[in-house]
Design a protein around this ligand. Sequence first.
Ligand SMILES: *[C@@H]1O[C@H](CO)[C@@H](O)[C@H](O)[C@H]1NC(C)=O
Ligand SMILES: *[C@@H]1O[C@H](CO)[C@@H](O)[C@H](O)[C@H]1NC(C)=O
Length: 302
Amino acid sequence: MALIGTLFFIFTATCVGANKVFATVQCRESFGKHGQQSLLECVVQPTVMAADTEIEIVSWTKEGDKKPLLVFNDGKTKSQPGYMFAEPSWNKKNMNVSLLITNTTVAHAGVYKCWLKINNGDAEWTTNLKVTAKYSKPIIRSVPETIPQNTDVALICDSDGGYPKGAIHWIVEHDTEWTKSSEMKAEQGPNGLFHLSSKLTLLRGSIFSKYTCVVVNASGGIEEETVFVIEDEPRPDGQGGEKSDSTSKIVAPVVVIGSLIIGLMILLLYRRRRQNGHLTSNSSEEEEEEGLRNKDDRSSHV
Ligand SMILES: *[C@@H]1O[C@H](CO)[C@@H](O)[C@H](O)[C@H]1NC(C)=O
Ligand SMILES: *[C@@H]1O[C@H](CO)[C@@H](O)[C@H](O)[C@H]1NC(C)=O
């Protein structure tokens, strides 16, 4: 609750004519997410709330833009597309003059100004909108695609669509930070979102089995991570490659000989069964053959 309290910036506006306080305006610090709605929350609190207290004019502008985003004057509201009063059926008696941005983009980040006329005085205040966008789960690929023995390899990790600018960290095995051995590029796309790409070079002889690419946002929080596993783990002394080679040299003949033996056994079993069959059901087979011959005879007679 204390945190929420500190998030309120209280601005005191003074009555222009009589130079006395007529209203305070409370604005909450605004956080927007790219692609979602953002609320610039501001509420007017007149020092004297009479039954006839009405807001005469409201004007929302963004610092750097001359054209107002939303204006209420003479009982009518005019706004640019994508901006509206946050209160669904706002009227001049409603002290909640919050602005709603319907589809937030990175370009919406900045300082907003609201000016209003009330109780024959006017007041102006500002609120800052911070926009964030979450980075995508990183994708790691190796160059070259299949990792040969005894060559240097690079791992490339890409993550997209984040804001503000973040960073890519590399963790080797379980907890060894290797970010210093990597090179990162951050490119801003036309929509203002960042694409991060980091290259980690692995030197032959010191290739480990597990590499984790971690995407860290602007405030240092972990957003996403992906693990890359190098399956055939060669030992740093170079023995690993030879070992796996000799293993395959042994495995291949074993498979060939094994299948030959199994094939022979099946053949032997089959022949034995046939011999057994002949011994026991010789007569029935002969009878069958006889029957067939008879059938043929009969058909030829017809
Ligand atoms: C102002 O209105 C908006 C939209 O209805 C609402 O989300 C917000 O909580 C209101 N603020 C206050 C202080 O009443
Ligand atoms: C960064 O990530 C942390 C943890 O996920 C999150 O709490 C924080 O709001 C994020 N900050 C920004 C600027 O995106």
